[in-house]
Design a protein around this ligand. Structure first.
Ligand code: PEP
Ligand code: MN
Length: 337
């Protein structure tokens, strides 16, 4: 439920209602808006009588939150959330560009990529050190050594590092090196991991599971928000359909739909979304045109020799061309890349 305070309600009245909500066993989230303050009462409110809150001093009205996700919903917070960490800003008219290899392979590889993508306009560096691979025989990532290489690349370029945390037990280690924690598609419904990243301050890039509905994605985000971490980036990275010409099917309507339903910024991954280098620039451009707040793109110095996802990675020249195009599209839709 949302307790809407009257215009000019006093801070004491807001505090009183907050305490009242908490005494009902619900979490109280105070959102101070330009016009008025609202308090979201989050939790199982089936047995809470609306009238008991409606009679509070300074209360204008009490309205139910209709969406199954609560804190993530625009019903609770209409203003878009902007995620800022180091060099990376996602939202508020800024399209964040996170670029880099699928996996960190060597210091030379990640540092040279970081230098190049930064010069071309990227504001974040991606690179997996812990890799979720379909086959246990595929390259699993350099783990802590890879995290150290990412830190070296950040030191060189100042780019914010986005890297995956595969399991809750790795969280402390990954937090030492990462600026943004990626929760991968395969882990979107790993609720213990979601709770764990909800308890830290690092922003989280939450990727959509290939078979997850948008409501399931938003409910996964809700776990992180409910843990107290407000900085969640949602990532559309394609879903599984009957279509086999592309690795996944990339539904760009999710961008517009998510913007209606949630204040969280939306990032698109055209690399996993298509699975083909040749299709990535078009889908990156389309994502920016559709209003995405960010894109995450795989870039490798020599995709042919990449240890993972080379077939969907751009080389430096292709990335530069893609950036020129995306920059012009961003301007055309009133944004900055
Ligand atoms: C990745 O970003 O390299 C990755 C493994 O992505 P996803 O979890 O979307 O498959
Ligand atoms: Mn990949």
């Amino acid at each position: 439920m949302i307790v809407v305070m009257k215009k000019g309600a006093s801070p004491e009245q807001v505090d009183h209602m907050k305490a009242k909500i908490q005494s009902l066993g619900l979490k109280a989230l105070v959102i101070v808006g330009q016009e008025r303050t609202v308090i979201a009462a989050i939790g199982d409110d089936r047995h809470t009588h609306r009238e008991s809150l409606e009679s509070g001093a300074g209360v204008d009205e009490v309205v139910p939150i209709l969406a199954p996700y609560k804190i993530a919903s625009t019903e609770v917070k209409p203003e878009p959330t902007v995620v800022r960490v180091g060099s990376l800003t996602v939202g508020n008219g800024r399209v964040g560009v996170i670029a880099g290899p699928c996996s960190v392979e060597s210091e030379e590889q990640i540092v040279s990529t970081a230098r190049f993508v930064k010069a071309a306009g990227a504001t974040g560096l991606r690179g997996g050190a812990f890799k979720p691979r379909t086959s246990p025989y595929s390259f699993q990532g350099l783990k802590e050594a890879g995290l150290k290489m990412l830190a070296a690349a950040r030191q060189e370029t100042g780019l914010a590092v986005v890297t995956e945390v595969l399991a809750a037990e790795d969280l402390d280690l990954v937090c030492e090196y990462a600026d943004v924690l990626q929760v991968g598609a395969r882990n979107m419904q790993n609720y213990r991991l979601l709770e764990a990243v909800g308890g830290v301050r690092h922003p989280v890039l939450l990727k959509r599971g290939p078979s997850a509905t948008i409501d399931e994605l938003l409910l996964a985000a809700e776990y992180i928000l409910n843990g107290g971490n407000e900085n969640v980036l949602l990532c559309e990275r394609g879903i599984r359909t009957f279509e086999s010409h592309t690795r996944f099917t990339l539904p760009l309507a999710s961008v517009s739909y998510l913007h209606l339903k949630t204040h969280l910024p939306v990032v698109v991954d055209p690399s996993h979304g298509t699975g083909h280098t040749a299709l990535v620039p078009d889908m990156a451009a389309a994502s920016v045109a559709a209003g995405a707040d960010g894109i995450i793109v795989e870039v490798h110095p020599d995709p042919e020799t990449a240890r993972s996802d080379g077939y969907q990675s751009l080389n430096f020249e292709q990335f530069e061309t893609m950036m020129d195009r995306c920059r012009r599209i961003a301007e055309a839709v009133g944004k900055e890349l």
